[in-house]
Design a protein around this ligand. Structure first.
Ligand code: PLP
Length: 213
């Protein structure tokens, strides 16, 4: 664990930027240590793994859980039941299903729509014009609250290329009047902050290297 990195970054980021501690691949005990330092927001990318940690940490009631992984349709109900934020909604069909389930479960999750801003075949998401063209319908969906956009940049970009893509995400969020942009990970968070990120998602930089994850 790299508590000094965590504290340094917390000091460096402006107050408009939230730090999401991405705990996938790490144990509940490690979450507890960061929680004791005042960290409240934790991100998990697999339902079962996250749910097991939530069960162990039930007594720490001040944790906000964020789902950041690929959403399998058959897990939507359990994700809605157990996560307050969902960063990785990558299609209209999933958004509608989340809305339907949220109604049934009396939940009102905070949603970030994942956008695909480059041709990365490994990543899903709404594309730019699809989102703009369908925004009128999307924003009418009830029983959830669309807070913003989320993006994952492809690996291996230069700092300048990362910055440009993040700016594109921020501009799209602004055009849709959405406050939040979830962007920036361990290797590109500084560019994301410069471009107007409101949620940087940090895993290895603060928890250390993930083994086999
Ligand atoms: C794993 C993951 C992160 C954190 O990655 P690091 O490079 O370890 O900071 C952020 N966002 C998503 C969607 C992830 O899956």
């Amino acid at each position: 664990m790299t508590i000094t990195n965590y504290l340094k970054i917390k000091n460096k980021i402006p107050s408009t930027v939230n730090l999401l501690a991405v705990s996938k691949g790490f144990k509940s005990q490690e979450i507890k240590i960061f929680n004791n330092l005042g960290q409240k927001d934790f991100g998990e990318s697999k339902f079962q793994e996250g749910f097991e940690k939530q069960s162990i940490l039930r007594d720490l009631d001040e944790i906000n859980w964020h789902f950041i992984g690929r959403i399998q349709s058959n897990k939507i109900r359990r994700i809605v039941q157990n996560f307050q934020y969902i960063h990785s909604v990558d299609s209209y069909q999933k958004l509608e299903k989340i809305a339907k389930v949220s109604f049934e479960e009396l939940k009102n999750p905070f949603i970030l729509l994942q956008v695909k801003l480059s041709d990365d075949p490994t990543k899903g998401g709404f594309n730019y014009s699809e989102l703009l063209d369908n925004w009128g319908d999307i924003k009418k969906i009830k029983n959830l609250e669309i807070k913003g956009l989320m993006t994952i940049n492809p690996k291996g970009l230069s700092s300048k290329e990362n910055l440009e893509l993040f700016k594109k995400c921020r501009a799209l969020a602004d055009a849709l009047k959405l406050p939040e942009c979830s962007m920036g990970m361990s290797n590109d968070w500084e560019e994301a902050v410069d471009a107007g990120s409101t949620w940087i998602r940090l895993g290895s930089l603060i928890f250390g290297d993930r083994i086999n994850k």
